[in-house]
Design a protein around this ligand. Structure first.
Ligand SMILES: Cc1ncc(C[n+]2csc(CCOP(=O)(O)OP(=O)(O)O)c2C)c(N)n1
Length: 345
């Protein structure tokens, strides 16, 4: 029998796969929070190399957007998106080693987290220049289009970065060429200390999409279910038909811009208000309403995430520092000398 909207009813197997998927989203979001909380503590112990830009409060965005992605898709996270690495299946130990500048890290101890990518998992490391990774994601999408590959590129950016020219150029080019790229704005209301109203004269970054010839969507970035449902729909559409999309997730960062920033420019009440909309209890409420024993699940998952994070810390702490004599290795791609027309170089 068809469902009222014409869709076929879900089979028992589909239903149980969906339940597993939804519970896994909860686990992922909790893992990102636990991992980042530990990184903040390690930073205070002076064990992290470079700055730490916590995404606490914004975990539902990376979880919900990355969940529908497939192997071979391309993601350009922003400096606050450590969770992207965990969502893409990067080993937590290697990620922690990257943060500590150890030899076993993604860049073999040659950089901090900030610029560390992992192309094996389709992750382009974030750049210091805000917004400059968007044209790179658009380049990846152009490659997918030229090679007729059914992949998508995702570019995360903040509302602060949205004021940069690179962002405009990337979106315009993607719109003109109808490229399979999804631009995800994590609008957390502050670009360092600059509040939203001093950043832009309109309400939604997503409203700009229309001017580039594609659709913009606004969603609560603190509502994992809403983010994942929208992302599934948008990513599937972009994957099948090409053409870009913009998703703006309204959210808030709990901590300062980075760990050294006490964020005194923010109102305490504002922080409390946003903390009361925390994505984790909100999703727990949903799972409970779906009939899950949330207390038991939470206990089990807390134990699991704690174990994973501890193992990652142990691995990173036990890893050696990079050898000074290797400092100049891996800095450039191996050179390829093009063959000359007469076969001689
Ligand atoms: C082109 C450029 N301008 C300024 C900076 C300094 N800066 C680094 S992060 C940041 C705030 C970024 O805000 P947003 O893009 O909203 O992302 P968020 O940090 O809020 O996640 C600024 C101003 C920079 N890195 N690049």
């Amino acid at each position: 029998m068809a469902e009222p909207d014409g869709a076929a009813p879900a089979s028992a197997a589909e239903t149980s796969a969906r339940i597993e998927y939804e519970l896994n989203l909860y686990f992922q979001m909790k893992l990102i929070r636990a991992f980042e909380e530990r990184v903040s503590r390690l930073h205070r112990q002076n064990k992290i190399l470079g700055g730490v830009y916590s995404g606490a409060g914004q975990e539902a965005i990376v979880t919900g957007v990355c969940a529908p992605l497939q192997e071979g898709d391309f993601v350009a996270p922003l400096h606050r998106d450590l969770g992207v690495f965990l969502m893409r299946g990067v080993d937590p130990g290697r990620l922690m080693a990257q943060l500590m500048g150890k030899e076993s890290g993604l860049s073999r101890g040659k950089d901090s987290f900030l610029h560390g990518g992992d192309l094996e998992h389709g992750i382009f490391g974030s750049t210091s220049m805000l917004g400059s990774s968007l044209p790179v994601a658009v380049g990846a999408a152009l490659k997918f289009q030229i090679k007729r590959e059914k992949h998508v590129a995702v570019a995360f950016f903040g509302e602060g970065a949205s004021s940069r020219g690179d962002v405009h150029e990337a979106m315009n080019f993607a719109g003109v060429r109808k490229l399979p790229v999804i631009f995800v704005c994590e609008n957390n209301r502050y670009a360092y200390s600059t509040p939203l109203e001093k950043q832009m004269a309109i309400e939604n970054v997503a409203d700009r999409a229309e001017a580039y010839g594609f659709r913009g969507h606004v969603v609560s970035g603190n509502d994992l279910l809403a983010v994942v449902q929208l992302s599934e729909r948008v990513i599937e559409r972009v994957r099948e038909d090409g053409g870009p999309a913009l998703i703006e997730c309204k959210t808030y960062r709990y901590r300062g811009h980075s760990e050294h920033d006490p964020a005194l420019y923010r109102d305490k009440d504002e922080l409390v208000e946003w903390e009361s909309r925390d994505p984790i209890p909100r999703y727990e409420f949903y799972l409970e309403k779906r009939g899950h024993d949330i207390r038991a699940i939470r206990e089990q998952i807390d134990e699991r995430t704690h174990r994973i994070v501890q193992q990652a810390v142990d691995f990173a702490e036990e890893s050696p520092w990079p050898a000074p004599q290797d400092a100049l290795e891996d800095l450039y791609a191996p050179s390829v000398t093009p063959a000359s027309p007469n076969g001689k170089h």
